[in-house]
Design a protein. Structure first.
Length: 324
């Protein structure tokens, strides 16, 4: 029987030949998913030179501790079945299907979100949008906040904020009914762990760029957080995982330079926010200065373009000008 190290190495070679950027990392995640174990179990098995059967033993150990081993054993969690699942997953990944579509979920801050066809896969850099909002509430001694998440998608931004700042009330706006099914699914899953947010998270199916959307909240919102569609129409992504699987509605910013929709979102945010309120917006690396200049024309001050984890300008913060 092949070792875990050999299995990872040979499968990673398949993904590498297919052009996958992080072949070994993806293979290890898929192996962990196929055996229903943690990534650390795969890493440990590779380090110890264990064969793949050891991963099934790891599953048995976890199941025994939870009192569920008998059930796990009868539901087909054998090495052969797990390896069949694994090879099927590797084949799908080699065709450049997104890793998160194959596993069915994606991490985002402290959440594990359900994702699949019809919803934009949350990225690590978007976590910074949430972080900025949380740090702003802390600096202002605000233990509850009135928050709007424009272009909600999977619900990542709004759900993360609601769970990390208890007592806050979040209104999430999503235009696509198909995408909103994922938002609702993630709301349902999140409320199982955080029951208190059930009454504090509101989903609106509407166009976030239109002034009537949530107009009952105009001038009362503390924070607007948004990751709008911003990819320039002149810069179609080269990665098949993005170009062929992320919804166009969530990707493209509506103009050659991709700023049309972000600018409309800035205008809407300006109306929603109360004086002194905060907007945090993710954007393309080419758009920072233009969107910052536009924000200043919409009564925003202290407009700052920030870098992401890789040092690229990827999001801006701005405060609604105080009256007087």
């Amino acid at each position: 029987m092949a070792t875990v190290f050999e299995t990872v190495r040979s499968s990673a070679a398949i993904l590498s030949a297919a052009g996958v950027d992080t072949p070994e990392h993806d293979v290890k995640l898929l192996l962990a998913e196929a055996f229903h174990v943690d990534l650390r179990d795969v890493d440990k098995a590779m380090l110890m030179g264990d064969d793949v059967e050891h991963l099934n033993i790891a599953l048995a150990s976890v199941s025994t501790e939870s009192g569920a081993w008998a059930n796990a054993k009868t539901t087909g969690n054998t090495v052969a079945a797990a390896m069949e699942r694994f090879h099927s997953m590797v084949d799908r990944r080699a065709k450049r299907e997104p890793l998160q579509h194959i596993t069915g979920h994606a991490p985002f801050r402290y959440l594990d979100l359900k994702v699949g066809p019809g919803v934009f896969i949350p990225r690590p850099e978007t976590e910074l949008v949430v972080q900025e909002g949380i740090e702003w509430t802390t600096r202002h001694g605000m233990y509850r906040a009135k928050v709007v998440d424009l272009c909600a998608g999977s619900g990542a931004i709004g759900l993360a904020f609601a769970t990390e700042v208890p007592g806050s009330e979040v209104w999430a706006v999503e235009k696509s009914e198909r995408t909103a099914q994922w938002t609702r699914r993630n709301l349902d899953e999140t409320t199982k762990r955080y029951p208190a947010i059930a009454g504090n998270y509101h989903l609106e199916i509407a166009d976030a760029t239109q002034m009537p959307t949530l107009n009952q909240l105009d001038g009362t919102v503390d924070i607007v957080l948004t990751n709008p569609p911003y990819v320039p129409l002149a810069s179609i992504p080269q990665q098949p995982e993005v170009r062929d699987y992320d919804p166009d509605l969530a990707l493209y910013g509506g103009s050659a330079d991709g700023t049309l929709i972000p600018e409309r979102i800035i205008s809407r945010a300006s109306k929603l926010l109360k004086p002194g309120g905060l907007m945090v917006m993710e954007h393309d690396v080419t758009q920072g200065e233009r969107l910052a200049a536009f924000a200043r024309t919409c009564d925003f001050v202290d407009v700052v373009v920030h870098n992401d984890y890789t040092g690229r300008p990827r999001y801006l913060t701005a405060e609604k000008q105080e009256i007087g």
